[in-house]
Ligand binder design. Structure first.
Ligand code: NAD
Length: 483
């Protein structure tokens, strides 16, 4: 039997109190590579107790000492870089290079957190009234938790953990039970750092563990990344239980291409945006809105290049697109393609029933392009989260903006053009949290906040950047008179 993963509580690896496990399946080879325990409320309670006990010592640890752990964390992550990327490929199905990109981005979030001694500083003013000084202090707020998705199993936890602990809080991670191995490796590195007990804790599991985190009175705030229905549930549950919450949800990202765009560069970018990580990115391009004459050339080139992508096992270095995460995901994606076609879309490249020699049972969906997609089609409206690109037509720029803004999601949107005026209008008018101009994947770097609008985000403060400093600290005003 595959190894049963452990939780990490109070500085020790511990067995979950539950004997129920979920198999972690390599989506290309279909082997069971680990068993993820369905941790219970009692497990979460033990993690919260450890984090609460660790908090008093950790918050008194000077911030300059706290960030020394992060400098070492970064170095040790570099040493384990290839191990962690391999685990990401094995449990998630993406390619080796995509996994390397993910871990690199995660390490950049550690870099960001080393700036906390500067970012936590406050302002103040002498003589706000005669002889009275007023200052703001930012203090650690307590125990924070993150509930994270399958698609970036190493990176997303690092959006939160480094900054949370650099700010003096203690932390609990509940990763996706579909991809829990990478998180376990991150915690192996954290264990080797010799942090004080209880500063970082790991709970493996699914819904029960998530609910216990959201409802636990000992947790101050929760960061969530995942699908929109769960993001909404997390937002509602956490606010009901008096917690801070930032819940990043699903997406349907549109890319508009104007006839004046550099077509070769646009296609190259759109290819990466649509098929990178087999479309399982919250910033994946899902719909291309071709404006006017841009349509025919764009479609022809996209179909040609997508048809040439080498689909295969992510650990083979020549693979350009890996699997989707599971048999359930493959079935959902193929069903949505079928529904889109039944609703009037035309398949220009059909990736259903893809087969890869040597990996016959693997969860491959080939690159797919559907055209003549209308705004009411499921492929224009709902998140597919797979390598499926819908092509829509717009007569002009204004119609393209209307199409994009009619989406219930608002994570990202991009424009390809050589016209600065259109670029400015696009930035100004499109309702999405991340805007790309001649960039297909508008992924902010770690020092900028990341989050969407509309049904792509529930909360106030986004993840990362200065928003994360606000999220992870409590502000206090001190007014003093000494003379
Ligand atoms: P998911 O919503 O199924 O799961 C996310 C997390 O929530 C996991 O840890 C899971 O165990 C937990 N969970 C699932 N159902 C739950 C329930 N009913 N109650 C409590 N907890 C529950 O998401 P996923 O399939 O792992 O990830 C893919 C989704 O994440 C996509 O929709 C994608 O767009 C989104 N995503 C968003 C961002 C962003 O920044 N906006 C980034 C990455 C992924």
């Amino acid at each position: 039997m595959a190894q049963k993963l452990k939780n990490y509580i109070g500085g020790d690896w511990v067995e979950s109190s539950s004997s129920i496990t979920t198999p972690v399946i390599n989506p290309a080879t279909c082997e069971t590579i680990a068993e993820c325990p369905e941790s219970t409320r009692a497990d979460v309670d033990a993690a919260v107790k450890a984090a609460q006990e660790g908090f008093e010592e950790w918050r008194r640890t000077p911030v300059l000492n706290r960030v020394q752990y992060l400098f070492r964390f970064k170095t040790m992550m570099e040493e384990r870089f290839e191990d962690i990327t391999k685990a990401v490929v094995e449990e998630n199905g993406k390619t080796r290079d995509e996994a390397r990109g993910e871990v690199r981005r995660g390490i950049e979030s550690i870099d960001f957190a080393t700036s906390v001694p500067v970012l936590m500083r406050n302002d103040g003013l002498e003589d706000i009234a005669a002889g009275i000084d007023e200052t703001t202090v930012r203090q650690p707020a307590g125990v924070f938790a993150a509930i994270t998705p399958f698609n970036f199993p190493a990176m997303v936890p690092l959006w939160f953990l480094p900054t949370a602990i650099a700010c003096g809080n203690t932390f609990i991670l509940k990763p996706s039970p579909q991809t829990p191995i990478s998180a376990g490796l991150l915690y192996e590195v954290l264990h080797d750092l010799d942090l004080p007990e209880g500063v970082v804790n790991l709970i493996q599991g699914g819904k029960e563990a998530s609910m216990a985190v959201m409802e636990h009175p000992g947790i101050k705030g929760v960061s969530f990344v995942g699908s929109t229905p769960v993001a909404k549930l997390v937002y509602e549950t956490c606010t009901k239980h008096g917690k801070r919450v930032q819940a990043q949800g699903g997406a349907k990202n549109y890319i508009a291409v104007l006839p004046d765009a550099d077509m070769a560069a646009s296609v190259k970018n759109i290819m990466g945006a649509a098929y990178g990580c087999a479309g399982q990115r919250c910033l994946a391009a899902a719909v291309v809105v071709a404006v006017g004459d841009a349509h025919d050339k764009l479609k022809e080139e996209l179909v040609k290049q997508a048809g040439n992508l080498r689909v295969g096992y992510g650990l083979n270095e020549t693979t350009q697109m890996g699997t989707v995460v599971s048999a359930v995901a493959k079935e959902r994606i193929e069903r949505m393609i079928t529904q889109g076609i039944e609703q009037g879309a035309t398949p220009a490249l059909d990736g259903r029933n893809a087969q890869v020699s040597g990996y016959e049972g693997g969860n491959f969906v080939g690159p797919t392009i559907v055209e003549n997609v209308t705004p009411d089609n499921i492929l224009a409206k709902e998140e597919v989260f797979g390598p499926v690109l819908a092509i829509m037509k717009a007569n002009d720029f204004d119609e393209a903006i209307d199409i994009i803004n009619s989406s219930k999601y608002g994570n990202a949107a991009s424009l390809f053009t050589t016209n600065g005026g259109y670029a400015r209008e696009f930035k100004y008018r499109v309702n999405a949290g991340n805007i790309g101009i001649n960039i297909g994947v508008a992924a902010p770097s770690a020092s900028f906040p990341f989050g969407g609008q509309k049904d792509s985000f529930f909360g106030d403060l986004h993840g990362q950047g200065m928003d994360s400093i606000e999220f992870y600290t409590e502000r206090k005003i001190v007014i003093e008179r000494w003379i």
